[in-house]
Ligand binder design. Structure first.
Ligand SMILES: [Zn+2]
Length: 230
């Protein structure tokens, strides 16, 4: 198994290196998420490797329209939606490798139980949070927020660092909403976040939307938020 986007890289500006294209030309299956770069890459890869099975892990997930990205692609940050993705992944694996079905099914069962536990854990964590709004540079956390009654506000304006009036407006509304936590992602600039945090006395918490250890990372983000916002 290979991961297309290395941890820390930004999928919005991702361009596969030649070595990655070689891997894709030899792969049996590609598990997609529905991030725009995949749709750009798909025709190229399919013509290079017509046998490649495309498994759309986002199938059956209703996506929310977002301000600048079209359908919000960040489904992998919600344990609830990842349950559906895991079903799609299981189906894709069984199709690509029927001999392994038994193992895939038992692994998938275990993973679904883990997701249920994670979902319950988050429910408890977020229930004790008083101020439910948070700021984040790039709005990757909308699905997770919606699952637990939290509200995400983006710092970026048209994908860029806000300046002047935009920055003042964000600070104003962050103060109104009594925002206590500002998330920064390693893939993006944290300059505006630091400025805003300083003027409203909020805490800055690092939240990586693409960490390699998915569950541990999500747990870390959730705990960081609930501790800072209490
Ligand atoms: Zn994004």
């Amino acid at each position: 198994m290979s991961v297309l986007i290395p941890p820390g890289a930004d999928p919005h500006t991702f361009e596969p290196r030649p070595a990655v294209m070689v891997e894709l030309s030899r792969a049996r299956a590609w598990f997609t998420i529905g991030v725009p770069f995949e749709d750009n890459l798909l025709p190229r890869v399919s013509s290079m490797n017509p046998e490649l099975a495309i498994v759309r892990t986002e199938e059956g997930i209703a996506r929310v329209e977002s301000a600048h990205e079209g359908a919000d692609p960040h489904i992998w940050l919600s344990p609830r939606l990842v349950k559906r993705q895991a079903e799609n992944i299981l189906a894709g694996l069984v199709r690509a490798d029927p001999a392994g079905e038994k193992v895939y099914r038992s692994n998938a069962r275990r993973f679904q139980a883990e997701l249920d536990a994670l979902g319950r854990e988050f429910g408890t964590l977020f229930a004790s949070v008083r101020d439910k709004s948070f700021l984040v540079f790039h709005p990757s956390w909308g699905y997770l927020a919606a699952d637990y009654g939290l509200r995400q506000m983006a710092i970026e304006v048209e994908g860029k660092e806000p300046k002047g009036e935009d920055l003042s407006r964000i600070i104003e509304s962050a103060r109104e909403k009594r925002i206590r936590v500002i998330f920064v992602e390693p893939q993006f600039s944290s300059r505006a976040a630091a400025t805003i945090a300083e003027s409203i006395g909020a805490k800055v918490v690092t939240a990586d939307p693409l960490a390699a250890n998915w569950a541990d990372n999500l747990r870390k983000v959730a705990r960081g938020f609930s501790q800072a916002a209490r």
